[in-house]
Design a protein around this ligand. Structure first.
Ligand code: AMP
Ligand code: GLY
Length: 415
């Protein structure tokens, strides 16, 4: 088979790495890819949102399956556009991608199907939003309705901060049209867990659980990021919690989708907040998580391409999906300054000196003889070992050998 992976981050490198292990696969293309992906796939200079060019490429090169990494191309309808040309995509269609494109859409769905989630209200008028911003007390959670690269959620500690957040999102349009509407939510406390699921329209199969570290600073302090590290399994997920998530969240999601006429095939990322064993849905994403994928795929033993095909062919329930009992840890090395402003073009050294780890590239590119930084999250260093402590140790030992100017990483991932 010929596979095209769309995207350029650590998640896409992990997808390429896993797809490469499939005996079914002869050629892997990645658009646009990065310096690390270029070692495992043929990189093609097309950006992830240029659906027409991607389709032209897939047609011309007889690509058998295109794997959509980031949400933007799914929201833009890559699956539907490719289908018009008889091309296959792994990833939900535009109607289903609305679960990530609109937080209000997801909240309405969750409420309608009695799936546990935070209380919410939605507003399109800033004045009205300001009158009601204290409706659930403080802290208040204020979210831009649309896509905002993981930055559209503001936790306001008091009314002053809430009013400022509404101005920022709805008046100053910090996230553009994504802020035409906001969702106001009750603040939930507890521990977060990410559950990535495979769906084929008739069944929903959770992958092994992961824990993501969203804040930039140790001890979960500072600004939210795309994710600074992950580990899998998430120890919170004992048999009782798995059962509860299956029965009160995943099964009602599938039933609700079927009721709504949404034929969801691909990945659904369910973000959960768990308190005293009770899970509530924080958000849906319609694609693999980054950097959850890096940890979770290290543990996947079944051929990922076979699973993806089964999702498209609605035969997911027929294939056994096997996982390693070992623990995986992934730590992100970022550019100093991220998630704020940062510099690019720093030479990365020591990439070939590490042992026992897999290095997933994110924001990297080739410049002459060197691999240099090219984004906020630069690398994900991942390891699989008998215990999480062992995996963690290997990752942090390897990180000591890698350097670039202003490198920043959290020291407490998987501790
Ligand atoms: P989201 O993009 O909706 O997942 O939100 C990003 C992050 O904001 C989540 O991972 C949580 O850390 C936090 N968050 C979102 N919604 C809530 C909520 N209702 N209560 C507390 N924290 C939240
Ligand atoms: N790591 C969170 C996400 O991918 O949205």
């Amino acid at each position: 088979m010929k596979i095209l992976v769309v995207g350029s981050g650590g998640r896409e490198h992990a997808l390429v790495w896993k797809i490469k292990q499939s005996p079914k696969v002869k050629t892997i293309y990645c658009a646009p890819g990065n310096a690390g992906i270029a070692k495992d796939a043929i990189c093609v200079d097309i950006v992830a949102v240029d659906i027409d060019k991607l389709a032209d490429f897939a047609e011309k090169n007889a690509v058998d399956l295109t794997v959509a990494g980031p949400e933007e191309c799914l929201v833009k309808g890559i699956t539907d556009e490719f289908a018009k040309r008889g091309l296959k995509v792994f990833g939900p269609n535009k109607a289903c991608a609305e679960f990530e494109n609109s937080k209000a859409f997801t909240k309405r769905f969750l409420q309608k199907y009695h799936i546990p989630t935070a209380k919410y209200e939605e507003y399109t008028d800033p004045a009205e939003a300001k009158t009601h911003c204290g409706a659930f007390g403080y802290p208040a959670v204020i979210k831009a309705d649309g896509l905002a690269a993981g930055k559209g959620v503001i936790i306001a500690q008091d009314e002053k901060e809430a009013l400022a957040a509404i101005d920022q999102i709805m008046i100053d349009k910090q996230f553009g049209a994504s802020g035409d509407k906001i969702v106001l939510e009750e603040f939930l406390t507890g521990t977060e867990a990410s559950v990535l699921c495979f769906l084929d329209g008739c069944s929903i199969v959770p992958m092994e659980s992961a824990r993501d570290y969203k804040n930039i600073g140790d001890g979960n302090t500072g600004l939210n990021t795309g994710g600074m590290g992950t580990y899998s399994p998430n120890e919170l997920f004992d048999a009782a919690l798995k059962k509860k998530v299956q029965e009160t969240i995943l099964e009602p999601i599938l039933a609700g989708m079927q009721q709504e006429g949404l034929d969801y095939r691909g990945i659904l990322f369910v973000g959960l907040m768990i308190r005293e064993g009770e899970p509530k849905v924080l958000e849906f994403n319609v694609r693999f998580g980054d950097p959850e994928t890096q940890s979770v795929l290290m543990r996947l033993q079944t051929d990922l391409v076979e699973i993806m095909e089964s999702c498209n062919e609605q035969t997911l329930s027929k294939i056994p999906i096997c996982w390693s009992e070992d623990a995986a840890v992934c730590v992100v090395l970022a550019s100093g300054g991220y998630p704020g402003a940062y510099e690019k073009g720093k030479i990365i050294k020591g990439l070939n000196e590490t042992e026992g780890v897999t290095i997933f590239h994110a924001g990297t590119t080739v410049q002459g003889e060197n691999i240099v930084t090219n984004g906020g999250r630069v690398l994900g260093v991942a390891s699989l070992a008998k215990t999480r402590q062992q995996a963690r140790k290997m990752v942090y030992e390897a990180i000591e050998k890698i350097c670039f100017d202003d490198v920043y990483y959290r020291k407490d991932i998987a501790k």
